[in-house]
Ligand binder design. Structure first.
Ligand SMILES: [Zn+2]
Ligand SMILES: [Zn+2]
Ligand SMILES: [Zn+2]
Length: 167
């Protein structure tokens, strides 16, 4: 479970990249430089980034090295690959993406995101019991859910503490 509070984040980046390499090896896929650099940007923060945020960040780095600019389509292609292989999640309400922080353990049926309105961070949580409940509700409706994601907006523990201290 990812904590919304500040933590040693270098560990998160290593874990995300390591898990992606392992998935690629297992499935015989290639984590190209482009895919890896997009994943690295997403893993570098728990604040979801839009495709254009990613493009801007990659292109400003390329500019420094006098390299050719990337087109948005190449970012979208990399994002599709990462999404399809469960390395990242799409946060619909923000039209943005975040690296999966449950890479080391199998995903439950439902992914829950707690999204902080103040600092923008997204915490990823899983619940077997909620997953089972949604499966039952869907079965009653003869609905076949695929990769359900629940987004819960609010204020994270860290932001709430800052608020009480200053008031
Ligand atoms: Zn982290
Ligand atoms: Zn995940
Ligand atoms: Zn917050």
């Amino acid at each position: 479970m990812i904590e919304l509070e500040s933590h040693d984040h270098s560990h998160c980046i290593d874990q995300v990249l390591g898990a992606a390499e392992a998935v690629c090896k297992e499935k015989g896929l290639r984590l190209t430089d482009q895919r890896k650099s997009v994943l690295k940007i997403l893993a570098a923060s728990h604040v979801p980034a839009s495709a254009y945020d990613i493009l801007d960040r990659l292109n400003s780095a390329r500019k420094e090295h006098a390299e050719a600019m990337l087109a948005p389509v190449s970012i979208y292609r990399a994002l599709d690959f990462l999404l399809q292989n469960g390395m990242i999640h799409r946060i619909e309400s923000r039209n943005a993406y975040v690296a999966c922080s449950h890479t080391m353990s199998p995903h439950s049926e439902i992914t829950i995101f707690m999204l902080c309105d103040q600092c923008g961070r997204a915490g990823e949580f899983q619940s077997e019991s909620l997953g089972g409940l949604i499966e039952r509700i869907a079965a009653t409706a003869q609905f076949l859910p695929h990769a359900p994601v629940m987004e819960i907006r609010g204020i994270c523990a860290e932001c709430r503490q800052i608020k009480t201290e200053s008031s």
